[in-house]
Design a protein around this ligand. Structure first.
Ligand code: SF4
Length: 381
């Protein structure tokens, strides 16, 4: 038996294939995708193409290496040895599901946690401690004349360059990925003293040292991806990156070198953090020493520990999830809303394919026998 929601309609009701929809597959949430009722899209983004293509498939419930049928989800929970309050780990969540996750968490039925890379965690900690001048997509698109990428932004958000390209001329430079604290310290010192810096990044590939670019730009946007900082010294690296941005802004106090420097990062957990934040609930991050989670919702990150059960996303195989249960995806099978990764706009996610799979919150409720806690997905809308 597949966990299904038979009450849901099978097709997109509010839009047709000729109406653009919002993409649910990365925190950029492009709003110009045309998707037909087989999940095919012409958008120039492999991430979105494979996401919709995978969601249009018919995955099975798997345990170990075998496809299984499930009659009682609560029996499987006891076979997997879940604790009374299982740890549920998320890497992203739409808005209405976030409200239902919060209610489950508040009721004590689950413990919510979030997964992100070590680089993202280090930067988030440094920003909470030191603060930063942050910018939105609209700010960067409108004002930046130099965009400095830190980490693999093309992998995390494949269309970001396209979405930030306005009519103005903008220079793009890269500091590379997994940058060491030493590299950032050299760059900070060079900016402070106006001296050249040794590096093998694309600044030098452009035959100008970083300081020349940074000193001539008027609005510098640092765009940070989830692999920006090297694991070995990411805490120091995050602090140095923020100090570099502060330094560039302090220099702008001198009218002859006036400039602004900002940081922009797109957070896939923006909706969940907002919902919890409105209710004064912090979202714990999965510790670096965690060796397993009980339930993971959606796809794991490359460095995620294994889960006893994965609900939704792609089946990652038995090494990463002992049991896999397919679930509906907001923005593909069911409607929801999402706050874009820069925290500025709330966008509608439409059910472009329809289908009868249950959503991840409902499946977790069936596992732990608490279906009255969150209401239905329809109540949450
Ligand atoms: S860049 Fe992200 S939001 Fe835009 S189409 Fe690709 S996966 Fe979707």
């Amino acid at each position: 038996m597949q966990p299904t929601d038979a009450s849901r309609p099978n097709a997109r009701d509010a839009a047709s294939a000729s109406d653009p929809v919002v993409c649910p597959f990365c925190p950029l949430h492009c709003d110009d995708l045309l998707v037909d009722d087989r999940g095919q899209t012409t958008v120039d983004c492999e991430f979105a193409k494979s996401g919709f293509g995978n969601a249009a498939g018919d995955p099975s419930i798997r345990r170990g290496r075998k496809t299984i049928a499930l009659d009682r989800l609560d029996e499987l929970a006891s076979e997997l040895g879940f604790p009374d309050v299982p740890l549920v780990s998320l890497t992203s969540a739409p808005l209405n599901q976030s409200r239902r996750w919060m209610r489950l968490h508040q009721s004590g039925a689950i413990r919510l946690t979030s997964e992100s890379t070590a680089s993202t965690r280090a930067l988030a900690t440094a920003i909470r401690r030191d603060g930063v001048i942050a910018a939105t997509i609209a700010d960067v698109r409108q004002h930046a004349d130099l965009i400095v990428t830190v980490g693999s932004i093309d992998r995390c958000t494949p269309r970001l360059r396209e979405r930030l390209s306005g009519d103005r001329s903008v220079q793009w430079r890269s500091l590379g990925s997994c940058i060491s604290a030493t590299h950032l310290a050299d760059l900070l010192m060079a900016v402070r003293h106006g001296s050249p810096v040794e590096s093998n990044d694309s600044f030098n590939a452009q035959s100008q040292d970083p300081c020349t670019h940074l000193s001539t730009a008027r609005y510098i946007a640092f765009i940070v991806a989830d692999d920006a900082l090297a694991d070995a010294d990411n805490v120091i690296g995050a602090s140095l990156l923020l100090q570099l941005i502060v330094q560039l802004n302090q220099q702008s106090l001198d009218p002859t070198t006036r400039r602004r420097a900002v940081l922009m990062a797109l957070d896939p957990l923006q909706s969940l953090k907002a919902v919890l934040g409105w209710n004064g609930i912090p979202l714990p991050m999965l510790g670096t020493d965690s060796t397993a989670v009980d339930i993971r919702i959606g796809n794991p990150l490359p460095e995620s520990p294994p889960a006893k059960l994965q609900i939704g996303g792609r089946d990652p195989g038995e090494a990463i999830a002992e049991v896999f249960i397919p679930a509906s995806q907001a923005g593909v099978h069911v409607a929801d809303m999402v706050i874009r990764g820069d925290g500025t706009v709330t966008l509608p996610l439409q059910p472009v394919l329809g289908g009868s799979l249950s959503d991840p919150v409902t499946i977790v409720e069936q596992f732990i026998g608490t279906s009255a806690v969150t209401g239905t997905s329809d109540d949450a809308r």
